[in-house]
Design a protein around this ligand. Structure first.
Ligand SMILES: *Cc1c(COP(=O)(O)O)cnc(C)c1O
Length: 465
């Protein structure tokens, strides 16, 4: 490329020229090049450049810095991944040390020390309570691919322990990722409809997080639907899959822990596996290590990703119970091997494992989970007046996972609020009409104040318009 680090104006003539009217010059040129060559995820490119996307150049702690030198608080942890902030010296050092030693070697047929150590760490950190101990770690690259692996494990488990059970029970409004299996067990109408003929056989049931019913009714309604689905088709169901405690991508729909205890009971009663998708909720986001900890329920399979490497490199995992793992051991007399026929080229990449180990070490040494719990409580207090504001329907929160649902005041109310917050130095990304706050777990007090103040002012600006 002719411009490996940016347009030539950036380090040359730019400083002398840069005044208020040249504020956007580097961004504008990069955005034009982006529009010419890039296809972005979940993005409508007919209007992409109208929204003047932020061109991120650097990051430090909870701050993103764009190519024009503007700073934005990273209010959604770079899509729910950053735990300790950007550029953390320990994670950076762990990645570079690993790089000097071993960049990559396959996990198919060989093994390596960071992969072994990370597995030991994850198994030691796994949730405890009502359910089996999670004793094995299987790796994938993204949250979706961990979910994909979990679905295949659950189905194959059924074929190797009794009879084939081709159905999955899924919740309305669920989100488990974008690969086909993950879309099949999702419950977002728009995504489901778009690919419907391609999807697996699933049974959709009401979510206990639904806001269509009052707080006193939604749990009982969802519980009844789950009971009915399992008594009708339980022997065809290989797994019940849920996002425990809170449906993140649905707009942070939190729900009662007792639903998870019921799901555990029903899965056991009907011989199905219980899968918790903790891709969003794992590693301290909810104020405890796992969302499962709030209920004291342990699933048979737990998927995790996003925050595992602190937000530095793509890695995800499925934690599996011993009884599931054992069902994949070939026995004397088996005509076909019970192997799990699944894996990716970069499964358990050593750099990713090293980043995860450093992240989890710092989290343990500095009680980052405790910090996250306190940050969540403080945010909850600061957001109380926001919940009373005109134009705000509801503020929902579990730990540092927060959704501020706006009344629909146009097609893109959530986006408008985020855009107004960006003008005030805070970067946010909405889900429909819900503005999401999900800051790095180590956010300081001043930054927390900035986050909430910018949100309040942005809401006021959009409601007054
Ligand atoms: C984000 C998310 C996924 C998908 O993870 P990717 O890394 O984007 O593939 C799956 N499940 C849940 C609950 C998520 O929030």
């Amino acid at each position: 490329m002719a411009h490996p680090t940016g347009p030539s104006t950036r380090d040359g003539a730019a400083p002398a020229l840069r005044g208020n009217d040249s504020r956007n010059r580097d961004s504008a040129s990069w955005i034009a090049r982006d529009a010419a060559a890039v296809w972005h995820p979940f993005t409508q490119h007919a209007t992409w450049t109208d929204d003047e996307p932020t061109v991120v150049d650097r990051a430090e702690g909870p701050w993103l810095i764009d190519v024009d030198g503007r700073r934005y608080l990273d209010g959604v942890s770079s899509l729910w991944t950053t735990t300790l902030g950007h550029g953390h010296p320990d994670i950076n050092a762990a990645i570079t040390a690993q790089l000097a030693r071993l960049d990559h070697s396959t996990f198919l047929g060989t093994t390596h020390t960071p992969g072994i150590e990370l597995s030991e760490t994850l198994v030691a950190l796994a949730p405890t309570g009502d359910g089996p101990a999670l004793t094995k770690a299987f790796y994938a690259g993204d949250g979706s691919s961990a979910v994909e692996a979990a679905l295949k494990i659950a189905y194959q488990y059924s074929t190797q322990t009794g009879h084939a059970r081709p159905k999955f029970v899924r919740l309305d409004q669920a989100y488990h990722g974008d690969t086909l299996g993950a879309v099949a067990v999702g419950g977002h109408d728009l995504f489901h409809q778009a690919y419907k003929p391609l999807l697996l056989d699933t049974i959709g049931v009401a979510t206990p997080g639904s806001r269509d019913r009052g707080p006193g009714e939604r749990l009982a309604f969802a519980a009844d639907e789950l009971r009915a689905a399992m008594s009708e088709s339980g022997d065809q169901v290989c797994a019940i899959i849920v996002e425990p405690m809170i449906q993140g991508a649905a707009g942070m729909l939190d729900y009662d822990a007792s639903y998870l205890r019921l799901a555990r009971e029903l899965a056991d009663a009907h011989g199905a596996l219980l899968v918790f998708d903790e891709v969003a909720t794992g590693f301290g986001r909810t104020g405890s290590m796992w969302a499962a900890d709030h209920a004291g329920v342990v699933p048979d399979l737990l998927t995790c990703g996003k925050g595992i490497t602190g937000g530095y490199l793509p890695l995800s995992a499925v934690l599996a119970a011993e009884h599931v793992y054992e069902a994949f051991l070939t026995r004397p007399g088996d005509r076909t091997p019970r192997t799990f026929f699944h894996g990716h080229t970069y499964t358990a990449n050593p750099l990713c494992c090293a980043a995860a180990l450093a992240n989890l070490r710092v989290m343990a040494e500095q009680d980052v989970i405790g910090q996250a719990a306190r940050l969540g409580e403080r945010l909850g207090k600061l957001l109380e007046p926001v919940g009373e504001k005109e134009g705000v329907v509801e503020v929902r929160r579990l730990g540092t996972m927060i959704g501020v649902e706006m009344a629909a005041m146009g097609e893109r109310t959530g986006f408008e609020v985020c855009r107004a917050a960006r003008e005030r130095g805070v970067w946010l990304r909405p889900l429909g009409h819900t503005v999401i706050l999900m800051p790095p777990l180590i956010l300081g007090e001043d930054e927390t104040d900035l986050l909430v103040n910018a949100l309040e002012a942005a809401i006021d600006e959009v409601t007054e318009r």
